[in-house]
Design a protein around this ligand. Structure first.
Ligand code: NDP
Length: 310
């Protein structure tokens, strides 16, 4: 089957900040990279937040706008972007095999930048009601809840930022957190506490989602007092973190207990020629700036890798 394979020097799997930054560096270095954009072109940041802390944009920049600029920049250096989804890889031999829904590739080196996806609460009917009241993306779905009462679950920066964002639309936002202090930063927490449209429900967990074909409410319980009650609402946003998209690679490279790809300080995985960058290998920082930096590092290391094997 090898004869049907498209031979590439460098395949970058994932088109978020890490993958596209790697593409910019690799393309400028003449490595002629192809980026397999995957299911979420531009990455999570295109749907989740407004960036207030990305250097160079003092007034902030939308995640989607930023990634459009990064994409343009990668294309301007002749990086190739393919809107395909990787279904299978085989890294047993040095010519790394990558099969997408459209093309079979064979690469001399690979950068994995597949990112992460939202964690689910694991409630009965959570999947069934996704898109009918349950959402994992405030930026995408917030506007559907104009003048409605909604809830958001989580206590990290995402939940705090999204709770405030959602008050632009909703008449009331319940913020449900399972503990009695936020994990997220103080500045975002203080903003939430000061917002009159937000009611914080500490130590509170959802036990059941109610409603026929669409969500109409939640049964909740206070995990300290065991008080259980019902809240009528139209939407629940779940913002409880993400899990790395590393499943395709687990048989070939080392992955930690949380599913994150293990890399050294130079972004190299346990397999020579395979590098990883961005949220798929970062359980600590998970910022656009750190993802982009790790993508740049991976591409620079690959230049050195080629020099060492040629
Ligand atoms: P985090 O992992 O930081 O927070 C997840 C939150 O969800 C925690 O409060 C956690 O509770 C809660 N949680 C996890 N599992 C469950 C569950 N099963 N049921 C109920 N609650 C649960 O994820 P985030 O997405 O908030 O943030 C990820 C990273 O992105 C962080 O590093 C953050 O700083 C960064 N970020 C930065 C932004 C910025 O503006 N600078 C904006 C958005 C994100 P507990 O606290 O009890 O563990």
């Amino acid at each position: 089957m090898t004869e049907n394979r498209k031979k590439e020097k460098l395949v970058i799997i994932g088109g978020g900040p890490a993958g596209l930054s790697a593409a910019i560096y690799a393309a400028r270095a003449g490595l002629d990279p192809v980026v397999i954009n995957g299911p979420e072109p531009g990455g999570q940041i295109t749907t989740t937040s407004e960036l207030e802390n990305y250097p160079g944009f003092p007034g902030g920049i939308g995640g989607f706008d930023l990634m459009q600029k990064v994409t343009e920049q990668a294309l301007s250096f002749d990086a190739r972007l393919e809107y395909e989804i990787v279904e299978k890889v085989d890294f047993k031999k040095r010519e790394f095999l990558i099969d997408t829904d459209m093309t079979n590739y064979q690469a001399e080196a690979v950068i994995i930048a597949t990112g992460a996806e939202p964690r689910m609460l694991g409630l009965d009917r959570e999947n069934e009601l996704r898109g009918s009241g349950i959402s994992y993306c405030a930026t995408c779905d917030g506007a559907f809840f104009r003048n409605k009462e909604i809830a958001i679950v989580g206590g990290g920066d995402t939940a705090l930022w999204e709770a405030t964002f959602l008050t632009k639309f909703a008449s009331k936002v319940y913020l449900l957190h399972r503990r009695d202090e936020f994990r997220g930063t103080k500045i975002l927490g203080d903003r939430v506490k000061a917002n009159e449209k937000i009611e914080i429900l500490w130590n509170t967990e959802i036990k059941e989602l109610t409603g026929e074909n669409k969500l109409s409410g939640i049964n909740v319980e206070n995990n300290k007092t065991n008080e259980a009650y019902h809240i009528d609402l139209s939407g629940v946003f779940i913002a409880i973190g993400h899990k790395p998209r590393s499943g395709l690679f687990k048989d070939f490279i080392d992955i930690d207990q949380g599913g994150y790809i293990i890399t050294d300080a130079k972004q190299q995985t346990s397999l020579a020629g395979v590098y990883a960058a961005g949220d798929v290998q970062d359980d600590v920082y998970r910022q656009v700036i750190t993802a982009a930096a790790s993508g740049a590092k991976a591409a620079m290391q690959i230049e050195k890798y080629f020099a060492s094997v040629e």
